[in-house]
Design a protein around this ligand. Structure first.
Ligand SMILES: NC(=O)c1ccc[n+]([C@@H]2O[C@H](COP(=O)([O-])OP(=O)(O)OC[C@H]3O[C@@H](n4cnc5c(N)ncnc54)[C@H](O)[C@@H]3O)[C@@H](O)[C@H]2O)c1
Ligand SMILES: [Zn+2]
Length: 408
């Protein structure tokens, strides 16, 4: 073993213990500053509103390919015509008519639709300066974002999220991907969008259960990062349960900003480290989604996941009984699910199937296990081991609570 010449790309000398004599290492540093605008607006496809155009105005290319979620196309029957008319109004060109893809998990289960999206982008002769507009829920955005990230190694993606969850969490992040071999998000890429347009009008056709899905992510980020926001959610719990508009809009916006802030300032936007605060409640959420063949939505998985990890945080002494009950009550009073009998399902060795979610979570994120738990309200801590007994106990407590109280 010898110390060898080891410099970085600016010629600064470094030293390292290297095997072999004729070795030279030059360490490359790349720092790329990535910016994108998140725009909150309404009536985004009305030509009088130039918000969507404004993000494309300076581009050399005027070519656009549009992918639309079938749920959005049903709820807004004129949406594809409106999109085409809007783009034409501003001198942009929808190369081929907007393509409608199935909404929900189906669009991101396996390669089928992503391949189709890539083929459309290729047929439309899109380049790195052209635009792919994806209008839909988190699943459609994940698939479209992945397709756009691969063609020419990146077409400019404009996300137009149309669910509460995609406006307050998934649509404002940098992750794209698909489910594969029964595992959530097994294949995908980190690729920031070119811009995100959060049009609140799209949320008005969502059923209450879908609004709650989005609110689960708002509770998640509030509980571990923003006590004031958590109190706001608790103080407005009836309004949340009744899907009263100003409160939902405020909660979605605050949650989006907290997610944005974490990704922008948390120091690990591409998740290379082990810590993953925004995945609070997610080790079990992803497992339950897969176990239920996606009958349990992501948002519902997250509300159950928050409930399990809140129980565990209490057992480990990170939150008080009062704090535990505040969290549990807020979830139950807002109409969220905190328990499913799937949590009690066992494998042939008698082990809880959901418990396998921990190892799958660790493998997906890489490195050592890191589970985020609340530590007080608005704060967080991390644990690196979680014994099955604790999960068993948490599930038992949840079942009792759910049987006795359900949605309060
Ligand atoms: N990339 C990320 O960082 C990230 C983060 C969180 C979640 N996700 C992913 O997001 C997905 C969940 O997204 P979601 O909660 O938005 O649900 P979704 O995309 O599965 O959509 C749910 C249903 O709502 C319909 N729909 C969409 N917009 C509508 C509208 N305006 N009116 C009526 N119906 C509408 C869809 O067609 C679908 O049937 C999961 O696959 C999850 O893994 C990704
Ligand atoms: Zn999530």
């Amino acid at each position: 073993m010898n110390y060898q010449r080891f410099t970085d790309s600016e010629g600064k000398k470094l030293s390292a213990l290297l095997p072999g004599a004729d070795t030279e290492i030059i360490r490359q540093h790349i720092s790329a500053s990535l910016n994108f605008d998140l725009i909150f607006t309404s009536q985004s496809l009305d030509p009088a509103n130039s918000a969507l155009y404004s993000v494309m105005a300076d581009s050399h290319s005027k070519q656009v390919t549009v992918f639309v979620d079938s749920g959005v196309a049903s709820a807004f029957p004129h949406v594809t015509e409106n999109m085409t008319a809007y783009l034409e109004h501003y001198g942009l060109k929808c190369v081929s008519p907007p393509v409608i893809y199935p909404g929900g998990e189906m669009v991101k289960n396996g390669w089928h639709y992503v391949m189709d999206m890539m083929n459309r982008l290729i047929q439309d002769r899109m380049c790195r300066h052209s635009f792919c507009i994806a209008l839909g829920g988190g699943a459609l955005l994940d698939a479209a974002g992945f397709a756009a990230s691969m063609v020419h190694r990146g077409i400019r993606l404009i996300r137009m999220p149309t669910t509460a969850l995609s406006q307050d969490d998934s649509g404002v992040g940098v992750k794209n991907g698909i489910n594969y071999n029964g595992f959530k998000n097994l294949i995908g890429a980190f690729s920031p969008p070119f811009a995100v347009i959060n049009d609140s009008d799209f949320l008005k056709t969502l059923p209450p259960v879908a609004i709650r899905d989005g609110l689960a992510e708002a509770f998640k980020v509030a509980i571990i990062k923003d006590k004031t926001f958590f109190r706001y959610l608790c103080d407005n719990i009836d309004a949340i349960r009744n899907c009263d508009w100003p409160v939902i809009e405020t909660a979605v916006k605050r949650s989006a900003i907290l997610h944005l802030h974490h990704i922008g300032t948390g120091g690990d936007p591409m998740e290379k480290g082990e810590s993953r605060p925004l995945d609070f409640g997610h080790w079990s959420a992803h497992k339950l989604e897969s176990m239920s063949n996606h009958a349990i939505s992501h948002g519902t998985g997250v509300s159950i996941g928050i409930a399990i990890d809140t129980m565990i945080a209490f057992m480990l002494g990170f939150i008080s009984l009062r704090e535990r009950d505040m969290i549990m009550e807020s979830l139950q009073k807002s109409g969220m699910t905190i328990f499913t009998p799937l949590l009690q399902k066992r494998d042939k060795n008698g082990k809880l199937v959901v418990y396998h979610g921990i190892e799958e979570f660790r493998e997906h994120l890489g490195g050592k296990l890191c589970i985020t738990l609340p530590s007080g309200l608005g704060n967080r801590t991390e644990i690196h081991h979680l014994h099955e007994d604790k999960v068993e106990e948490a599930i038992k407590l949840l079942e009792q609570r759910w049987e006795q109280m359900g949605n309060l």
